[in-house]
Write a protein that binds this ligand. Structure first.
Ligand SMILES: [Zn+2]
Length: 124
């Protein structure tokens, strides 16, 4: 059954990339992007992954933010990406860590973090 990933509105592309990656990794049944690229998937998992249709923009984002995509980990512990809403600092963080910006020079900003993107069935 073909599915697509739902993009969220008004989020930085770094967050978007990480949220797509988290969903794809979960579907594939692997922990990291490196694992996805190097490990043979179980046939069922491979089929499920194939059913997810990425649009052009989503493909571009996953390619362009490859470094970020490689940082996320399904876990546990889950590692995701956070972006400071004030200074734009991008960090890899655990799901349970503080939402304060950890920029060394001191930034009072709050961060936004990526969670797995939702999947919806494509109507045919
Ligand atoms: Zn900041």
């Amino acid at each position: 059954m073909a599915q697509k990933l739902l993009p969220k509105e008004d989020i930085p592309e770094e967050i978007e990339a990480a949220s797509y990656a988290l969903t794809l990794l979960k579907v594939a049944g692997v922990n990291t992007w490196d694992e996805l690229e190097t490990t043979p998937l179980q046939p069922k998992r491979r089929a499920a992954l194939k059913d997810i249709v990425l649009d052009e923009d989503q493909r571009r984002i996953l390619e362009e933010y490859r470094q970020i995509v490689r940082l996320v980990c399904v876990g546990p512990p889950m590692v995701t990406i956070s972006v400071c809403e004030t200074c734009g600092n991008v960090m890899a963080v655990c799901r349970s860590s503080s939402t304060k910006c950890r920029r060394p020079k001191g930034c009072a900003g709050k961060t936004m973090r990526a969670s797995a993107a939702a999947r919806v069935r494509i109507e045919e």
